[in-house]
Design a protein. Structure first.
Length: 353
């Protein structure tokens, strides 16, 4: 491995620790921003090394699962620290993640891949059920709480929270088993075989990359958390809605997967892009919601999951458009443009609600 790929994660981790101790300054903020970019690029590199060793689709699951687990830990820790002020944090984070991935990441991958290769294909046998699971879980977690009557407001009762958490984890577990064991071929490129013809790395190199991948992701999430107050202050001074803070942090946390997915699409490996994007969105709900439910019940934390009407409409539009654009297993720049239009609407209406 090149020394830069080894140094960058360690630099980001050390910088995160230094920034947590020293008082904030403009110079330190610039360093944190540079460290964040370095950690993102290093995470993508090490995820690709691990993927070469374990093969697809397990390789893409490694990156999606690692990011989701660290993101979930960040959400729960912020909820414990913030109490009632963070009651909507889980909802906003899950919603922003789904919208960014399903519209922004997938749309950009389709557009970049279509511009370079005219038309690309992926296995609808895997993407179809995966997208259906995402629709079901997002509706159960983000929409139904606004219509239940057991508890007042857009919230679930304790029993309903437990039910939603169990359903989320069980359905994600079934998906992970299907992707890696029972129907592994559904998540391989059309025609079968691996998408990469590079020789697999040695076991030592793969394990080193796995450790450095975790270090990189910790650096990404930690630096994103340290930079979030700066983002929050900028949002407040600009008079923007507070929801923009959650979107900004979600953008930072999702950077490694986004870069990896776009690079795969430009290399005519759209199947890898779909595995990364949809798998990450599904893991965000399937792992984050059970952890939030457990924290809420153990520490008596309030949790608001139901979305406001505007966001419900955008979520419904996302699923309707996604059903059409993903339904054929073939993509062009047109599908990418449609997805990015919905993504632009999500961003604009977050700024101008």
């Amino acid at each position: 491995m090149k020394h830069w790929w080894t140094v960058a994660p360690l630099f980001a981790a050390v910088l995160m620790l230094v920034a947590a101790v020293l008082p904030g300054s403009a110079f330190l903020s610039i360093l944190c921003s540079l460290g964040l970019v370095a950690a993102v690029l290093a995470a993508v590199h090490h995820a690709e090394v691990v993927a070469l060793k374990v093969g697809e689709p397990l390789g893409t699951l490694v990156l999606a699962l690692a990011v989701t687990l660290i993101e979930t830990s960040l959400i729960v820790s912020l909820m414990l620290a913030g109490g009632e002020d963070k009651a909507v944090l889980a909802r906003d984070t899950v919603y922003a993640t789904v919208m960014i991935i399903c519209n922004g990441v997938i749309g950009f991958c389709m557009l970049m891949g279509g511009l370079r290769h005219r038309e690309q294909t992926f296995r609808i046998e895997g993407a179809g059920p995966e997208f259906a699971a995402l629709v079901a879980l997002a509706t159960l977690v983000l929409v139904l709480p606004a219509f239940t009557t057991t508890a007042p407001g857009p919230v679930y009762s304790s029993g309903q929270l437990i039910f939603a958490g169990l359903c989320s984890f069980l359905l994600w577990s079934v998906f992970a088993f299907s992707q890696t064991v029972r129907h592994r071929d559904y998540f391989l490129p059309p025609g079968g075989g691996q998408e990469s013809h590079l020789p697999p790395p040695s076991a030592r190199t793969a394990w080193m990359s796995f450790v450095l991948l975790l270090v990189s992701l910790v650096g990404v999430v930690g630096l994103a958390k340290l930079l979030s107050p700066i983002i929050g202050a900028a949002v407040t001074s600009a008079g923007l809605p507070q929801a923009v803070i959650g979107i900004s942090v979600a953008f930072l946390v999702l950077l490694p997967e986004t870069v990896a997915a776009v690079r795969a699409a430009r290399a005519d490996r759209l199947q890898t892009s779909m595995n990364l994007a949809l798998g990450s969105a599904l893991a965000t709900i399937g792992l984050t919601v059970p952890a939030v439910v457990a924290a809420s019940l153990l520490f008596n934390l309030p949790v608001v999951l139901g979305l406001p009407p505007k966001d419900m409409v955008l979520l419904l539009l996302t699923f309707l458009v996604g059903t059409v654009t993903l339904g054929s297993g073939r993509t062009t720049i047109m599908q990418g443009a449609v997805q990015l239009l919905v993504f632009a609407a999500f961003l604009f209406l977050s700024l101008v609600p």
